[in-house]
Every structure is written in C-alpha cells, then in structure tokens.
Ligand binder design. Structure first.
Ligand code: NAP
Length: 455
C-alpha cells in the first residue's frame, strides 16, 4: 500500500506515516460528499452558520495543538502558526455572519413582473491545497464554499497530512454532517480520476504554476470550472520619498514571514536609485539581525524551509542568479547540520533575465533591483510572468495610489504588505492564476449565477 510520510523539517525526523486511500475508496468518499450535498444545499444560512461558528470555536479552543502540528510538519515559527489558526477562526465567523448578504438575490428591472439573479450551490468541490499555510489555505476555500451550500473534498499537500486530518476532525467535532468536508489522502497522480468523477463539479487549486497547469487542463477537458491561486514574484517599489526605517522594516518582515514561503511575500524590491544604497545597507542590517533556529523557540524569527528538496532547489536558484551577475550581499549558503534551514539572503543588482528576477524564489531570499526613475520602476515591476501581489512604499499616498493602479497584479497595496482579507477579493492575473477567493467575488465563484424571470 502506498503511504504518505510526514517529516519534521527542523530535524529531518519522520513524524508519521499515513496509508493512502485507493481509487475506489476515493470514489466512495466523493459519493458520500455528494449524498450529503443533496440535503446540505437545502439548509438555511442560519443552520449552516451555527455549525460554522462552532468550527471557529473548535479552532480557537485547540489553537495551540493545531499550531504545534503545523510547525512540526512544515516549520512555521510557532507564533505565526498560532496567528494562522486565529485567522482561520475569523474567516469562519466572517462567512457565518455574512454569507446571507454576500449571496442575497439581486433584483433586476426588466419588463418581467419579477426578475432577479440568485446564487445557488453547485455540488461537491475538489480543493488541491499547498503546505505553506496548511490550515488557512483550506479554510479560505472551505468556509465560503460550505456556507454557500456546497460540500468539499480535499487533496492536501503530502507533507502536511496531519493538518489535513486535523481539519477533517475539526469539522466533525463542530457537528457538521460527515461528508461535508472530507480529506482524501491521495497522491497527486490520483487527482485526475477525482477531477473526472461525475460528482465533482469544480476544482480550486492553490499551489505552483506546474500543478495549476496540470489540474486546470484536466478540469478543462472535463468542462469543469477552476479557480487557480498560483505562485508570485511580487514587486515592491520603494520610492525615493519613502522613510527608510519603515520601508526596511516592511521589507524584512515581508520577505522573512512564514520562513519566506508566502505566495504574496515581497520578493523583488525595486528601489529608486537615489535611496538604493541606503535601503540596501539598512535592509541588510535588519535581515542579518533576525534569528534563525528551532521554530518552536519563541526567540526564532526564521525557521527551516518546509522540505530539504525545496531548500536545495532555492539554493540552486541563488547560485544561478549569482552566476548570471547578481551580487550576493547576505546569506546564500546551506548551513551545516540537520534540518532544511536556509539563511536570510539578499541578492543585489538583480536584473531581468536573471533567475532571481524571472522566477519565483520561494524562500528567504530577497532580490534588490535598481530603478533609475518612477516609470522605470513601474516597468520593472510589471516585467514579470506573474501578477499576484505588488506594493508601493512612499511618503505620498496619492502618488502611491497612481502607481498602484498601473501595477499588473491582483492586489496592489500602498505602504502596507499585501495581505488577504475576507472583505476583499484575493487572486492573481497572468501566471499567478485566475478567479478570486474571499468576499462576494470569491463566494460566488462556486455558485450557479442563475437568472429568474416571472413574466
Ligand atoms: P505544489 O507543489 O504545486 O503543491 C500544491 C498542491 O498540489 C499539493 O497538494 C500537491 O500535492 C499538489 N500537486 C502538485 N503537483 C500536482 C499535479 N501535477 N497534479 C495534481 N496535484 C498536484 O506547491 P507547494 O510547493 O505546495 O506550494 C508552493 C507554491 O504555491 C508556490 O508557488 C506559492 O506561491 C503557491 N501559493 C499560492 C498561493 C495563492 O494564493 N496564490 C497561496 C499559497 C501558495 P503533493 O504535495 O502530494 O505533491
């Protein structure tokens, strides 16, 4: 029987082994999810909300335990793991309280005696999810989708299988009927058969570009809708009027949070020539000062990466960038000893055509890029195959807003790191994917937008 092994990236030690389910077992679980859907879709928002609030309570009551599990499986520092679980509880409450409004019928004036748009659930959804926010990414999909009357099956990243089962259990503890949210412990090679299953009505994937391309094309063959939340190489423009202290604080936190493994992390820092040297000096000082170590230790700011193979891949990208002319200012070495650690690293004088400019660096490596003026900075920021998040750091909000409107990305923030918020749509353009999660736009992605006409 095939198994999934989870490994603590801080120590390299195995945590647990999970037996993968067979194709028939997966089929049975999807059939059960469909059976439950047939009654769940008729429940009122109030009935669904009661259970969603209960799920929020369960998450909060057990946040220490869930956070420790996440940290053990993927290396996030413990304080940030606790923050992740708290954010999940907030999202559950937000959709419990707001789904009625977000999905309210919309009356449309026509010649009919009555005509309106209504948003109905569509059935069982497949969610293919990544390890980097092992609880949050799942809840970001599940809370709105389930409040809308759908049910969900999850194919989680193999290295966070413990988190996947903990989530399934949390739904059951909250009182949701069995089958509303089901973990399928399958490998990525078994995803195709699940997408093809007649009960699966749509697929959402959060992960890398190659995984997105594969899943979207199988779903396309089967004419099933997809939402794709893929990678990014977010550019932050640091204008010459930015306060260096604040700009470098944001840059340091933005690049190192979640051990550098966040889709919307600040990855390319496009700095105007006038302040380039000052920015680089202060940024280097602050990145250097952050303590790397055991993720359970509260003093640690930078834990290990999630897996050794990902760390080795990142190191290769750093070496390639240096061989292409980038200047290594900090870090850039694989530390001796156990664990998937990689130090805070800065590459300067990064330019288009270099690995660090053209591709996503999914770890604690910052690329610093020099721009000769504002227009050049905008052009550099937009010179990317990705378009997820972006930012502008400036002393002038109006100027920042004008630039934000020109950035090719799904989210552009001024003087703040991009962050997902349940009240605002979240997603990307270009190779960062399509479709939206969160807000009215996200919750409606997996509904039938239906026109009703009464003559
Ligand atoms: P990944 O390797 O693409 O894995 C994501 C999920 O897809 C996992 O469950 C994985 O399963 C599965 N998978 C991989 N290849 C597949 C295939 N060919 N067919 C079906 N399923 C497949 O990504 P990751 O390393 O977990 O996450 C990092 C990436 O996700 C980064 O690029 C990051 O920017 C992106 N991300 C984007 C967002 C967003 O909101 N836009 C949020 C977070 C992360 P296995 O683990 O079994 O391989």
């Amino acid at each position: 029987m095939e198994t999934t092994k989870t490994i603590n990236p801080a120590t390299g030690e195995q945590i647990a082994t999970y037996n993968r389910i067979s194709e028939t077992e997966a089929k049975n679980k999807v059939a059960k999810a469909n059976e439950v859907y047939l009654t769940w879709k008729h429940k009122s928002f109030e009935e669904r909300a009661k259970l969603m609030h209960e799920l929020a309570n369960i998450l909060e009551e057990n946040k220490e335990e869930y956070a420790q599990l996440a940290t053990k499986e993927m290396g996030k520092i413990i304080g940030q793991s606790i923050g992740e679980i708290e954010k999940c509880a907030k999202i559950c409450r937000y959709y419990a309280d707001n789904a009625t409004t977000l999905l309210a019928n919309e009356n449309v004036d026509t010649e009919a005696s009555k005509s309106y748009v209504t948003f109905q659930p569509i059935g069982v959804l497949l969610a293919v999810m990544p390890w980097n926010f092992p609880f949050y990414q799942v809840i970001r999909f599940a809370a709105p989708a389930i409040m809308a009357g759908n049910t969900g099956v999850l194919k989680h990243a193999s290295n966070v299988q413990g988190c996947a089962f903990a989530l399934e259990e949390a739904f059951e503890k909250a009182g949701f009927p069995k089958g509303i949210f089901t973990n399928l412990n399958i490998g990525s090679d078994a995803v195709k058969a699940v997408i093809e299953n007649k009960h699966i009505k749509a697929v959402t994937l959060t992960g890398s570009e190659p995984a997105g391309r594969s899943v979207a094309s199988i779903a396309g063959e089967n004419l099933k809708k997809t939402v794709m939340e893929l990678g990014g190489s977010d550019a932050y423009i640091i204008l010459e009027d930015a306060a260096i202290e604040e700009a470098t604080d944001l840059a340091t936190f933005g690049r190192l949070q979640n051990n550098g493994q966040t889709c919307i992390a600040a990855k390319r820092f496009v700095v105007l020539d006038e302040i380039y040297d000052d920015f680089l000096e202060k940024f280097t000082e602050k990145m250097k000062a952050k303590k790397m170590g055991e993720p359970m230790d509260e003093e640690t700011f930078l834990g290990p990466m999630a897996r050794e193979d990902l760390r080795d891949e990142l190191h290769e990208q750093v070496e390639k960038s240096i061989s292409q002319g980038a200047r290594l200012v900090l870090g850039g070495n694989v530390p001796d000893g156990k664990g998937a650690y990689y130090p805070a690293t800065i590459l300067a004088e990064v330019e288009p055509g270099m690995e660090a400019f053209d591709n996503e660096l999914f770890g604690p490596v910052a690329s610093v890029i020099k721009a000769k003026d504002e227009q050049h900075a905008i052009d550099l920021a937009n010179n990317s195959s990705f378009g997820l998040g972006s930012g502008v750091i400036t002393g002038d909000n109006e100027r920042g807003e004008k630039i934000a409107l020109q950035l090719e990305a799904g989210n552009s923030f001024v003087n703040k790191l991009v962050v997902s918020d349940p009240r605002l749509p979240f997603g990307g353009i270009k190779n960062s994917g399509y479709g939206r999660e969160l807000s009215s736009y996200g919750i409606r992605e997996f509904t039938n937008t239906k026109s009703i006409w009464i003559d």
